[in-house]
Design a protein around this ligand. Structure first.
Ligand code: GLN
Length: 256
């Protein structure tokens, strides 16, 4: 049976994710309301504009259901604005910040690479992806007014990083106390991570013909469903065995 993946369809590149899923024989289901998450096993949160997406998510009262979905351990993949949604902490936000779903133990900078004009494409080394899904040791990274991950917690696996572009504008960020100069002194920055059920990429695999990120996510979905199935069968088999009375014929039909 084809895998069914929810795609948050409030704004941004959800159509492109739906098409990418179709290309690998999976089915995407557009999600706009909390009740549409019920019964889904996995979810993609696409790129777009995270402030707008957060306003729409709030309007549709989606935050509690999204948090519950992530907290239940179901696979969730955030691309670009979706990564911002999943981060526990975001900097470089508009004043007042924005609501986040959270769950991913990292600090993300919302517009790390600068404005729309600093959007770029690059070849990213992706050894883990190549090991799991085969193919080239690099993938095409499409960065559109992209965020980046400044810090990760101990349970977060880094899947890709990239050099910080030389001409990257320094950005002043707003914190609770007012304006702060942003300091980022490393020469590389993290752009793809995994933490258990959460996958996050700062770039847009759905805009390329390389389907390996979508395949990796489907593999996470499959593993997670196999685990829930195993847990269910375990709890069913650990319950009291049915006592079959002696001499009772076991022929079908079993209703009396
Ligand atoms: N930096 C953008 C934001 O804040 C995200 C851009 C994208 O998703 N392509 O929402």
């Amino acid at each position: 049976m084809a895998a069914v993946v929810g795609v948050l369809a409030l704004q941004g590149s959800y159509n492109e994710h739906m098409a990418a899923l179709r290309r690998i024989g999976a089915k995407g289901v557009e999600v706009r309301k909390p009740e549409q998450l019920l019964g889904l096993d996995s979810l993609i949160i696409p790129g777009g504009e995270s402030t707008t997406m957060a306003k729409l998510a709030d309007y549709h009262n989606l935050f509690p259901a999204l948090r519950e979905f992530v907290g239940a351990g179901k696979p969730v993949w955030g691309t670009c604005a979706g990564l911002i949604f999943l981060a526990n902490k975001a900097v470089g936000q508009k004043s007042g910040g924005q609501e986040l779903v959270g769950g991913l133990d990292c600090t993300v900078h919302r517009n790390f690479f600068g404005s729309q004009l600093q959007s770029f494409e690059t070849e990213l080394p992706v050894p883990m992806l190549a090991e799991k899904e085969g193919g080239s040791l690099t993938c095409r990274g499409v960065f559109i007014r992209a965020p980046a991950i400044l810090e990760v917690g101990p349970d977060v696996e880094v899947l890709a990083d990239c050099p910080v572009p030389a001409g990257r504008p320094s950005i002043t960020i707003t914190s609770g106390e007012g304006l702060e100069d942003e300091v980022y002194s490393k020469d590389r920055v993290i752009v793809a991570v995994r933490q258990g059920n959460i996958l996050a990429t700062a770039f847009h695999p759905e805009l390329t013909s390389d389907s390996r990120w979508h395949r990796l996510f489907l593999a996470m979905d499959k593993d997670s469903r196999a685990r829930s199935f195993a847990a269910l069968s375990l709890s069913a088999s650990s319950s009291e065995p049915e006592v079959v009375p002696k001499n009772k014929p076991l022929d079908l039909p079993i209703f009396e």
